[in-house]
Design a protein around this ligand. Structure first.
Ligand code: HEC
Length: 110
């Protein structure tokens, strides 16, 4: 019995290692990144924020655009339209940010 358990455990471990914590977009990490990198211009979603530029779409507005997806948001961060600057990010930071922005989407917006 113990031997069987050990074998099952041994088979599971590599799989668990592959599906480690960085493999899935984490909106909480995205939120922290957004608060650090994007708040000079965007209203990021937290209620208390003083420095957002009113001409720049808020993350909630971006999330609620019709047909908005994480892929489209990530693409706009990677290939920004002027005057949004290009911000160097890793792939996982990018998907964390996109996941965070999409988490602000309101279900009945459209
Ligand atoms: C220097 C100011 C500035 C900073 C910093 C900035 N942005 Fe932007 N961003 C803009 C502006 C301005 C636009 C609108 C561009 C346009 O006309 O479409 C924009 C547009 C966007 C869009 C596209 C919205 C759409 O219409 O589809 C996304 C997504 C976005 N920003 C995400 C981010 C994220 C994530 C960060 C932080 C990592 C960030 N931005 C940092 C200025 C900024």
């Amino acid at each position: 019995m113990l031997v069987r358990l050990l074998i099952v455990f041994g088979l599971c471990l590599p799989g668990m290692a592959l599906a480690g914590p960085t493999s899935r977009p984490d909106p909480e990490t995205g939120k922290a990144l957004a608060e650090r990198l994007c708040t000079n211009c965007h209203l990021v979603g937290s209620v208390r924020q003083e420095h957002a530029n009113p001409d720049v779409p808020s993350f909630r507005e971006i999330a609620n655009l019709p047909e908005q997806t994480e892929g489209a948001v990530a693409a706009r961060i990677m290939l920004p339209k002027h005057p949004m600057p290009q911000i160097p990010l890793t792939k996982s930071e990018l998907s964390d940010l996109a996941a965070y922005i999409l988490s602000l989407r309101e279900p009945n917006a459209h």
